[in-house]
Design a binder for this molecule. Structure first.
Ligand SMILES: Nc1ncnc2c1ncn2[C@@H]1O[C@H](COP(=O)(O)OP(=O)(O)OP(=O)(O)O)[C@@H](O)[C@H]1O
Ligand SMILES: [Mg+2]
Length: 457
């Protein structure tokens, strides 16, 4: 028995995903004319499969790529139970959730197409209804609306993809419509109260110091909700955005996340995929800075290498300065097209060090050198990272100093902006404290990064 799922971008058929149930193997075949005019979905799924790649290897690459599109944690459990599909049934879940994913891919069954006639209009979503649904958690899963799962993007937190038209929100009903924003309420876990303010502040600070990041704002329905603009959606020019949600033409832009770009399974998004227990912490096969810099250095895969490496270096130093302990490979994305990969704006940036009392990890997702502790990074760690990732220690030193100075300078204005959006003052002060001490530590060691003796490595 084989189940086939079609993968589309706009009206173009990209390829066919097959699940060969008897052998439990997956396959993906690009279809003409995509094979001539299209591009590879990821480095591990080239347009033409090299003869030396076995069926088993190909199947693992296919599974890894497509599994990375699915929600995680409770959202995955809810999706699986809403559609009565096992949560390990990749093809079944893609079929159920595939109306809209991160990037431009949509999925249909073998016999359907995104052009199939469907004249349903986007479904309005009022602030009152949103507030009711936020309060009804966890008894009523946040991602299931009108019996259908409305979330088909990765991640653990509750969120909802909506189409914003003027100042109104809608839930897309058909493949003709597409979401433009992601709504993130506070987590149900009260120990994480203030999370929306935390993320708002980190995102605003990034933008104010020149780290490209998605645009965000905090609204109150009256529960706080972070409204994140999707960078993988563009509203077509020349249309009056306020006219009608049904007529709004939204272009989807293909992107892939860091795990997909590195060819890793979803559970390798942290460098220590088996955790940091004494007996397994030395296993560092997951996503790492070294792997990312290697990818960014590859001219066959990247649109530009030098500028991309600098942009990534700025991204990673910023994560350390804000104490983001969850900057894993799925919290980084790449735009993808026939002209190869380019880094997408930053998103999901949270000061984890402000949340360690709530049991949030206090160690980095990816080590700097050999050090996973963001609070004890020294010149040696940065120099070892520069050495392993083949970047100039001088560059690391100057970006560290520049971004740390900029963060300290911009922090007061960012706090004002957070308060103007009615952010949580307690969380704002906690995040401020972390950013200040991380920046001071960075400034104290930045100058020494170039002078670390290479013989130590
Ligand atoms: N602004 C954006 N534009 C486009 N895609 C985005 C944007 N923000 C997030 N995404 C996509 O949605 C996914 C989930 O979003 P996000 O990382 O914010 O959720 P999360 O549940 O907080 O994640 P985590 O499990 O890391 O805590 C991301 O992995 C990314 O693929
Ligand atoms: Mg995330």
């Amino acid at each position: 028995m084989t189940m086939f799922i079609k993968a589309w971008m706009g009206n173009s058929l990209v390829g066919e995903l097959g699940h060969h149930a008897d052998e439990n193997l997956f396959s993906f075949h690009y279809q003409p004319p995509w094979t001539d005019v299209g591009y590879a979905l990821s480095p591990t799924l080239p347009l033409a499969r090299p003869p030396e790649v076995s069926n088993e290897r190909h199947s693992a690459d296919v599974r890894n790529f497509f599994q990375n599109l699915l929600p995680e944690g409770k959202a995955l459990d809810d999706a699986a139970s809403a559609y009565r599909v096992s949560k390990s049934n990749l093809a079944g879940l893609l079929h159920a959730l595939g109306r809209e994913s991160a990037g431009a891919l949509v999925f249909t069954s073998e016999t359907a197409s995104p052009n199939d006639h469907d004249d349903r209009k986007p479904r309005p979503l009022s602030a009152e209804e949103l507030s009711e649904r936020i309060k009804a958690r966890p008894a009523h899963p946040f991602t299931v609306w009108d019996g259908r799962v409305r979330l088909s993007i990765a991640g653990y937190q509750d969120k909802l993809a909506v189409l914003q038209c003027g100042d109104e929100w809608f839930l897309p009903e058909t493949m003709r419509h597409s979401s433009t924003h992601i709504l993130k309420p506070e987590p149900v876990n009260r120990r994480l109260a203030g999370m929306t303010t935390n993320e708002l502040m980190c995102m605003l600070l990034a933008r104010s110091v020149g780290v490209k990041a998605a645009s965000v704002r905090l609204v109150h329905v009256p529960e706080p909700v972070l409204v994140v603009e999707r960078f993988d959606r563009d509203i077509a020019d020349g249309l009056d955005a306020a006219s009608s949600a049904d007529r709004l033409v939204v272009r989807r832009r293909q992107c892939i996340d860091g795990c997909q770009a590195l060819g890793l399974p979803v559970d390798f998004k942290y460098e220590q995929p088996y955790g940091d227990g004494e007996d397994v912490k030395a296993i560092r096969d997951g996503a790492s800075l070294q792997r990312f810099f290697q990818l960014l250095d590859n001219r066959d895969l990247m649109r530009s290498t030098g500028p991309a490496k600098l942009e990534f270096l700025r991204w990673l130093i910023f994560q350390v300065l804000i104490g983001n302990t969850d900057a894993h490979a799925k919290n980084l994305s790449f735009f993808s097209d026939a002209n190869r990969l380019a880094l997408a704006p930053a998103y999901d940036m949270v000061c984890g060090l402000a949340l360690i009392d709530a049991n949030v990890a206090d160690h980095l997702a990816m080590a700097v050198g050999d050090n996973f502790d963001p609070r004890s990074l020294r010149a040696y760690d940065w120099a070892l990272m520069a050495h392993e990732c083949r970047i100039a220690p001088r560059l690391v030193s100057s970006v560290l100093a520049e971004l740390a100075n900029q963060c300290l300078k911009q922090l007061p204005a960012v706090c004002d902006a957070v308060l103007a959006q009615d952010g949580d003052k307690r969380m704002m002060e906690l995040v401020s404290g972390v950013v200040q001490s991380q920046c001071e530590a960075a400034l104290a060691c930045a100058g020494e990064v170039m002078t670390v003796d290479r013989d130590h490595f």
